[in-house]
Design a protein around this ligand. Structure first.
Ligand code: ADP
Ligand code: TZD
Length: 599
């Protein structure tokens, strides 16, 4: 795209103002345009970073945004920019911004938008779009597509702005929709023509909105809090489940106080790990398969009873058949009033933001009519401790082995030590076995340090999350990637190098999806669908862009390379060679594969 022609009254000298807006000489009026109004509106609302990929009609926008002091992080594929925006939203409670071109760029970003909505991450996908008149008559414009209509079912909200004077409202509505209530993905459609529209700069400035209280607290009803506490008090075998909503809420101290004051064992969902350190004595993670069926009252805090919790019923929860209720009574703390009863009966819904709900629960506990809150029965705690100790000892034995070739366990014993020594580092994780084993073996010590495939189990979040984690936090990032998972966003190693980000990617290379051992039953020349090039050297990829590549075949080599990556803060990719027979089909969720009746 060419440069934008300044639009001022004819015969005037033109100069560029402090924020890049177009200014005519002294006697003329100052004029602004769509480009600058969008930038100013974002800045006015504290947005400091845009993740995107340039092209018509947004190339100049990316330049002007950078010139105006926004950090513009350019990616090699929009899906990765979108994933970066989404996780930035999760980490900061500000909507992450992803910027794309029309039709194909928009569609590439859309997967990330839908994933953000599914995971309750606040993000805004801003896409340029082609000429409305032509799109609506389907006359075949460049990158023609009715993007708004396509985004709607996948986003929490979707808006289009047609006039420069509405940009302020459009951005304000997008921000509110993304972060208020249950957070989610918002689509904002900005047609090419809008960017070049001009208006009086003063009127333009006045049209912008600084959003006041974008995510208002939602105070739970006292009655709901009382009901929940009564149920909790009646429990013989209580359990708290912390989900990523609890991590998002940034109510870390109160959540910890709630767990510790009540003395109730807790299970962190994957991205809630580290909300309390995984080594906490009340963590029941190592006794998960014991506590779920045995618990009588379960308090869910920012966690849904979806497939990840077996829908709150079935054998996992002690039910007889696979859809039978296990007899648990549930308390659910959630900002969405519609979440309760989505799978099983919720006896005590507490609707509000987690910060407000947890502090109300704590207040109720502290004022418990003179008597102090009774800890759960000792038998319950002892039974959990016994299982935990046994499982932890068993795992320690497995981790101490040093097989050749290296397997998931011996490699993850190293990662576990590195994360323990660097608790501020952020761990990004995807794959099947590479995901499941990392989640169970690598302890997290601080909140929001573990970022992974989330509610969908989506592959491809790896490098987008890693870039955003490094950009947003400035902390070192460790990305533990299955070799298949890595392939979905692998080209972004160039992005890691371009921005010189302190990211250490470890590819667990077992020659394929899940494993590398399948064979083509026909004996033909094609390899099996799950198998990749054997002995691939992923480390060479990053070397092409000036990063550090390491080929590691032993835990000692892996440890040395990871320590060096953290120390140097240089973009690093370690090709960790893992026994190709070590994985299982789909990791822990093998049972979700439909089985063929006819073999
Ligand atoms: P996990 O996958 O960790 O189990 P989910 O994504 O299933 O977690 O659940 C997150 C829940 O947290 C959602 O139901 C969402 O409505 C809720 N939530 C998100 N943010 C907040 C918040 N600030 N306050 C209360 N609930 C929240
Ligand atoms: N495509 C997308 C977008 N998401 C998915 N989850 C899948 C495909 C299916 N899938 C999984 O669920 S895990 C996985 C795929 C392709 C990769 C597993 O192989 P890996 O990890 O090499 O990443 P392990 O450690 O070898 O199991």
């Amino acid at each position: 795209m060419g440069t934008v022609e300044p639009q001022v009254a004819s015969g005037q000298d033109v100069k560029v103002g402090s924020s890049g807006q177009i200014v005519a000489n002294a006697q003329s009026q100052e004029v602004t345009d769509g480009f600058h109004l969008v930038i100013d509106a974002l800045k006015l609302n504290g947005i400091d970073t845009i993740f995107g990929l340039p092209g018509i009609p947004i190339t100049d926008f990316t330049r002007m945004a950078q010139a105006a002091g926004l950090r513009v992080i350019s990616f090699r594929h929009e899906q990765n920019a979108g994933n970066a925006a989404a996780i930035a939203g999760f980490m900061t409670q500000k909507p992450g911004i992803c910027l794309t071109v029309s039709a194909p760029g928009f569609l590439n970003g859309l997967t990330a938008l839908a994933n953000a909505t599914t995971n309750c991450f606040p993000m805004i996908l801003i896409s340029g779009s082609s000429e409305r008149e032509i799109v609506d008559l389907q006359q075949g414009d460049y990158e023609e597509m009715d993007q708004l209509a396509i985004a709607k079912p996948l986003a929490k909200a979707a808006f289009r702005v047609l006039h420069a004077e509405d940009i302020g409202v459009g951005i304000a509505r997008a921000i509110r929709a993304a972060v208020s209530g249950r957070p989610g993905g918002v689509y904002l459609d900005l047609p090419a023509k809008l960017f070049a529209q001009t208006m009086d700069a003063e009127a333009g400035g006045k049209s912008l909105i600084r959003v006041v209280d974008p995510a208002p607290r939602q105070i739970p009803a006292q009655e709901a809090v009382r009901r929940a506490l009564e149920l909790l008090k009646s429990a013989k075998r209580p359990l708290i489940v912390l989900g990523k909503g609890a991590a998002y809420a940034q109510a870390d101290a109160d959540i910890r106080a709630l767990v510790e004051k009540t003395g109730i064992p807790y299970l962190p969902m994957s991205m809630a790990k580290g909300l309390l350190p995984d080594t906490h004595e009340q963590s029941a993670s190592a006794a998960r398969s014991y506590v779920l069926p045995e618990a009588d009252v379960v308090m869910l805090v920012g966690a849904r009873l979806n497939w990840l919790l077996s829908h709150g019923k079935g054998k996992t929860w002690g039910g007889k058949g696979h859809k039978d209720w296990g007899g648990q009574r549930f308390i659910q703390v959630d900002i969405s009033p519609q979440e309760a009863d989505s799978n099983v009966r919720i006896d005590a819904p507490v609707v509000g933001d987690i910060g407000s709900c947890v502090s109300a629960l704590l207040a109720g506990i502290n004022s418990a009519a003179g008597s102090s809150w009774a800890k759960p029965p000792a038998e319950w705690l002892a039974a959990i401790a016994e299982r935990k100790d046994k499982n932890i000892a068993k795992m320690a034995e497995t981790l101490a082995k040093n097989p050749t070739p290296m397997d998931f366990h011996s490699a993850l014993a190293v990662v576990r030590d590195i994360v323990k020594a660097n608790p501020d580092a952020i761990l990004v994780n995807e794959g099947a076995n590479a995901l499941d084993f990392t989640r169970s073996i690598v302890d997290m010590y601080k909140p929001r340090k573990r970022l992974d495939v989330g509610t969908w189990g989506i592959m491809g979040i790896g490098m987008g999350f890693a870039v955003a984690a490094a950009v947003v936090s400035g902390e070192p990032v460790i990305a533990i990637e299955g070799d298949s998972a890595f392939g979905f966003s692998g080209m972004e190693v160039e992005t890691l190098c371009r921005y010189n980000l302190p990211v250490c990617v470890v590819v667990f290379n077992n020659n394929g999806v899940y494993r590398g051992t399948d064979v083509n039953p026909t004996g033909g020349p094609d390899v099996a669908p799950t198998v990749f090039v054997k002995g691939a050297r992923y480390d060479k990829l990053i070397e092409a862009f000036g990063g550090v590549g390491v080929h590691a075949t032993t835990p000692a080599e892996l440890r040395k390379a990871m320590e060096e990556a953290i120390r140097s803060r240089k973009p690093t990719l370690i090709n960790a060679v893992i026994d190709e027979t070590a994985g299982t089909e789909s990791g822990r969720i093998t049972s979700l594969n439909p089985s063929a009746k006819r073999k």
